[in-house]
Write a protein that binds this ligand. Structure first.
Ligand SMILES: *Cc1c(COP(=O)(O)O)cnc(C)c1O
Length: 362
């Protein structure tokens, strides 16, 4: 069989999304919540799940869920909601809706890779404008120039940005929204860990959509993403949504989670405290030359030139798994990214780092 004859060249050219081997490691690589559910919460959840009729299709309209999400996230009353099997699926729906050979999607570099990967799979031209190197802020003149030049169908902005951890300046985002003739999607995957949001800007611009997910606050395994924005856009996107994209277990579980969010909010608060502790520790660690301020549940830091591979490998030998950013983009040379874990996990990470960064420093 000649696979390459049948499969589109843009798919053949893609590198597969890889997930690192993970058993037995302290897992600080994927921005998950480190906390398992407390036992009494698990029991109450299982009672709720037990009432489901799994032989039936799930609610395709998500009506009850929508009502609750609207209140939970304080979505402006005149805005609509659309749910995805993770926000990854929402990105896919957005790109499917605009796909075409003469269409461009614009984002920044470095940022979340799925905008590019899904775009490539759909044959969409992907452009990325480099962030300012010293602080990873938006290069506004370059963004405006790219918007004018490429007329992007969609601009994606991760806010805070993954993998740099910073929020972009709101006035700059608004300038971009005004300049763009296409959609601007503000991806607030890390909304829980920052005070800032563009959600209240919804409705002030007819081309702004805001996306969120519950993955980073403890529900990564359930797969639930949220898109909020004007109905005229969402009603079109809804046409390409698979009718049963949010399964019955997820719908019921997410409602349960929102009913009991106090438990998860406490965990988020601990993560934010631990982020400050980790930042301080990293700042005084020899071998670490820069720590980027973070408003998310991860921290990106830069090591002495040429040491990132060895430090990453050394941490793995100490059974600590983080993310190697070095090699993924020229702007991330010598950089690693650690997800904030529990107090014990963070201590274990710092202990291991103290050993391996010192060996590999000078
Ligand atoms: C993790 C992440 C997502 C994907 O989240 P899911 O809801 O789990 O699909 C989207 N955008 C950014 C910026 C992320 O970091």
């Amino acid at each position: 069989m000649d696979v390459a004859k049948l499969i589109r060249p843009e798919i053949m050219a893609l590198a597969p999304y890889t997930v690192q081997e993970q058993s037995g490691y302290i897992k600080l690589d994927a921005m998950e919540s480190p906390y398992p559910w407390p036992d009494e919460l698990k029991t109450a959840w299982l009672d709720r799940i037990a009432t489901l009729e799994i032989n039936r299709y799930p609610d395709a309209t998500h009506a009850d869920l929508k009502q609750q999400v609207r209140t939970f996230f304080d979505v402006p009353a005149d805005m609509q909601l659309l749910f995805g099997n993770g926000s990854d699926e929402l990105i896919q729906m957005l790109l499917m809706a605009v796909a075409g050979s003469n269409r461009t999607v614009l984002s920044v570099e470095p940022t979340f890779t799925m905008y590019r990967i899904i775009g490539a799979a759909l044959g969409i031209n992907y452009q990325a404008v480099a962030l300012n190197t010293h602080d990873f802020s938006l290069d506004v003149p370059a963004m405006l120039e790219a918007i004018q030049h490429t007329q992007p169908a969609i601009v994606f902005l991760s806010y805070p940005n993954n993998p740099t951890g910073n929020n972009f300046d709101k006035a700059s985002i608004r300038e971009i929204i005004r300049a763009a003739e296409g959609l601007v999607v503000v991806d607030e995957a890390y909304y829980a860990f920052t005070q800032d949001s563009m959600l209240s800007d919804l409705g002030q611009f007819d081309n702004l959509l805001v996306m969120r997910t519950l993955s980073k606050v403890g529900m990564a395994g359930l797969r639930f993403g949220i898109l909020a924005g004007p109905n005229e856009w969402l009603e079109q996107l809804n046409k390409i949504r698979l009718p049963y994209n949010i399964n019955a277990l997820t719908q019921t579980s997410i409602r349960f989670v929102m009913d009991n969010f106090a438990v998860f909010q406490k965990q988020v608060d601990s993560i934010c405290q631990q982020r400050e502790w980790l930042t301080e520790q990293l700042l005084t660690q020899s071998g670490v030359v820069k720590v980027y301020p973070s408003e998310a549940n991860f921290i990106t830091f830069k090591l002495q030139q040429g040491s990132a591979e060895a430090v990453f490998a050394g941490l793995k030998e100490h059974k600590v798994l983080i993310k190697k950013l070095h090699g993924s983009s020229a702007m991330l040379d010598d950089c690693l990214r650690v997800t904030v874990g529990t107090e014990e996990e963070n201590k274990a990470f710092m202990q291991a780092l103290a050993v391996v960064a010192t060996i590999n420093g000078d």
